[in-house]
Design a binder for this molecule. Sequence first.
Ligand code: PAF
Length: 287
Amino acid sequence: MTAQLVSTAAELAAARGAGRAVAVVMTMGALHEGHATLIRRAREIVGRAGCVIVTDFVNPTQFGAGEDFDRYPRTLDHDLQVSSIAGADLVYAPSVEEMYGTVRVDDLDGDVMVEPGRLGTILEGASRPGHFRGMLTIVAKLLHLTAPDHALFGEKDYQQLALIRAMVASLRFPVEVVGVPTVREDDGLALSSRNRFLTREQRAIAAELARAIQVAAEVAAYDGPLAGERAGRAVLAAHAQIQVDYLVITDPQLGPAVPGPGRVLVAARLGETRLIDNLPCSIGPAS
Ligand code: PAF
């Protein structure tokens, strides 16, 4: 069945109805198999009687000046098709005015925004100032508008997921946040809407990011986090086209690495395209 396309809060509320379990998958469109996996999981969670909503909105406030907002792909027809096949009931694709009213999105100083706190200042937050403020603000708006019981997010954006969990706990949103493991290409590259920007040459080496964090995870398990980070960075250093932003090992909450469960995170640029990836790991004592 084709998912119903709605673009205003009133249409959304009418189509959503009341009295049934609701799961939301928030996206910026350009849907790929990673999104389809989230939608199928959402359907499993709420069952046939429940309602699965996909939001489709390229959020201007989470892009910095000089980032790829203008060239970010807009593929609504395709998104509607992917959402329908994966089992969504509704696709909510609002306009910028619907989400931000008359506020100028390039001058938000006068607007109410959600501040991410310290967790939003490291890693992606350090490289992309203002990104998490914009991201949390739109996620908060969309949680209010869709009023879901479950909200599903990919683990590929690991820091985003951690911040959404923190916001939901802090602002007492009555929703269960569900993290879903990253979907990968056969060579390991994490699926991302930005992969389409890679040239054939860049695409051929992009999976080195996944290999680097895999190597880092293996070394960290035996020789500790610093050795793991060094080994991961060495994989990427072999490719002049890959400009590493960070490759770090942290605890699962993105705090300092200590022996036990951990996370390896990487961000790197291939030409104009910035990619991120991460993996769970187990951290051994430093040797
Ligand atoms: O992960 C994304 O696509 C976006 O950051 C999100 C959560 C849809 C908010 O715009």
